[in-house]
Design a protein around this ligand. Structure first.
Ligand SMILES: [Zn+2]
Length: 550
């Protein structure tokens, strides 16, 4: 873990003056103002991508000088954490000309600063989330109850997966409460943990159950899989019949069949699992090596996946999830939302991830960590469908009124006073992907910001891509935001009323992270680049935020 030591949030040396009754002197946002750079943390889990293989976590981590990171070739860099989660909380870089910087070498944690300057979170966000997030060790509230009003309801991450992460699912709110009460050591908090992933590079992961017909096909052609689930012919012919469209099998019955396949697989005897996993991996590996993969019962990419997973986790039952779960591929800019109680596992690639602030994971395979197969098998919804069902579509995120880029949203959006009306009028190109690959002459680049808005309250993520020299004013969000520059170079400015100070921050290296307080309008601009027509000059920023709907 890399993270500079945070100065404690209490006492008189906190540096920001807030606790010393000097709030008036600096305004409600405190001496750091409403926008400042933050220092994220880096996790070097062993599944991360190695430095020499281009881990984006490594590249982005190095951009924050205060982390003092130098990329090592053979070291895995797995996750960059941005937020207030107590496991790896972000700290603040005092802005230039800060009237009261903390003592050199110490950094104030984002959560303690937000706790003292709660206007940065916005009234509604404090009201909705401020008192509920007690698990963070909390700051004592005036009534003596533990509370941490400085905690963000979401955690924002960059993830670089070099090998598969565990097969897992996250509990919904009710199950999280129960698990936390029963096994507080394994389930550290009582919150749900919906996740959203947006690809930065081509990405592959398991997500949700395959359609029953596909799984049954694999049962009938892959002998090792059949043997582990239920070796009897009767089982196979029954489920084969049930999977036929003409059989009249109801949705509920389909779910029961999925469970009848998944549960015995996940609970199969360890020695059986080892034997079958090694068997299938050897069979596929030798076919791949001898160039006879076309004779296999599955296509080559699935055979390769089975071999790869077995190399990473020899003899693990998770290898067989290849036949049960969808393999979802995402191109840069494509996103998926992982609902509660949906099985998933990232396999490889770099993504931006946002989740509700929680650490509740129920694991069942491809992991050296604790497994809780009983809970996992019980909690799943067993809904199924193809990989496309897992992907989510972004929609335009309109720039602030008066921003030049607002025109770029096209004639249709012009003259529409109401944002929703304007959004409805914008036609989104189908190939809405590639925030990192916007080219100068690409029509997509005229849509600077897209919003990924999952069906939960705790977060949304906007992606802004700007061509060299282009600028966009982003409307004041009525809640806290975290911004990370993921490509290009540019500036981040506060947009203030006339006469007020304007602050400007250099976004000079991909990986720099900033906080923007509630109610603060900002402008993002991309530097001019001499590199005509190249994507190198384009800028890309991801912004996670929370707002409480009216
Ligand atoms: Zn997950």
């Amino acid at each position: 873990m890399s993270s500079p030591s945070a100065a404690s949030g209490s006492g008189t040396s906190n540096g920001d003056g807030g606790a010393n009754g000097k709030i008036e002197q600096y305004g409600p946002a405190g001496p750091f103002g409403a926008v400042f750079q933050i220092i994220p943390g880096v996790q070097n889990y062993d599944w991360g991508i190695e430095g020499k293989k281009g881990s984006l976590v490594a590249v982005y981590g190095e951009a924050t000088e205060q982390l003092g990171m130098k990329i090592e070739d053979d070291k895995p860099y797995a996750e960059l954490w941005m937020g207030t989660h107590p496991t790896l909380p972000s700290t603040i870089v005092p802005p230039p000309n800060c009237p009261r910087p903390p003592p050199s070498g110490t950094f104030i944690s984002l959560s303690s600063y937000l706790n003292r300057h709660s206007s940065l979170l916005g009234d509604k966000v404090v009201k909705k989330y401020g008192d509920g997030l007690t698990r963070n060790g909390g700051v004592d509230g005036p009534d003596g109850k533990k509370k941490d009003q400085g905690a963000l309801p979401f955690l924002f991450k960059i993830l670089s997966a070099g090998k598969a992460l565990s097969i897992q699912a996250h509990p919904d709110k009710d199950l999280a409460k129960r698990l936390h009460a029963e096994k507080p050591k394994s389930y550290k908090d009582d919150n749900h943990k919906p996740e959203m992933a947006i690809a930065l590079t081509p990405f592959r992961g398991f997500c949700g159950f395959r359609p029953l017909g596909e799984i049954v096909h694999f049962l009938s052609v892959v002998p090792e899989f059949h043997a582990l689930v239920d070796p009897s012919d009767a089982f196979l012919s029954e489920v084969e019949y049930a999977s036929k469209p003409t059989s009249g099998t109801t949705e509920q019955e389909t779910k029961q069949w999925l469970r009848k396949i998944f549960e015995p697989l996940m609970k199969a005897k360890m020695t059986d699992v080892k034997k079958r996993t090694m068997g299938i991996a050897q069979r596929y590996a030798s076919a791949l090596a001898s160039g006879s993969a076309k004779d296999l019962e599955v296509d080559e990419s699935l055979a390769k996946l089975v071999c790869t997973l077995n190399e990473q986790f020899p003899g693990d039952v998770g290898v067989f999830c290849s036949f049960v779960l969808n393999v979802v591929r995402m191109q840069p800019g494509q996103a998926m939302f992982l609902k509660a109680n949906e099985p998933h596992a990232y396999i490889e690639g770099n993504i931006v991830e946002c989740m509700a602030a929680s650490d509740n994971v129920v694991r069942a395979g491809l992991t050296p960590k604790e497994r809780d197969v009983d809970v996992l098998v019980d909690m799943l919804t067993y809904s199924s469908g193809g990989p496309d069902k897992q992907l989510m579509k972004p929609r335009p995120w309109l720039p602030a009124k008066g921003s030049k880029t607002r025109e770029a949203y096209g004639v249709a959006a012009e003259g529409k006073e109401d944002d929703d009306e304007a959004i409805a009028a914008v036609e989104l190109p189908l190939d809405v992907a590639s925030p990192s690959a916007a080219k100068r002459d690409e029509p997509l680049a005229s849509l600077p910001s897209l919003l990924y808005d999952p069906p939960i309250d705790e977060f949304s993520v906007a992606v802004t891509r700007l061509r060299p020299g282009q600028a966009e004013k982003q409307r004041a969000v009525q809640g806290p935001s975290l911004l990370i520059l993921t490509a290009g170079k540019g500036k981040l400015r506060t947009v203030s009323a006339e006469g007020e100070d304007q602050r400007e921050f250099d976004m000079d290296k991909p990986g720099k992270v900033f906080f923007v307080g509630a109610g603060q309008e900002v402008e993002i601009s991309a530097d001019e680049s001499g590199d005509e027509g190249a994507a190198a000059g384009s800028l890309s920023v991801f912004r996670a935020f929370v707002e409480v709907a009216e």
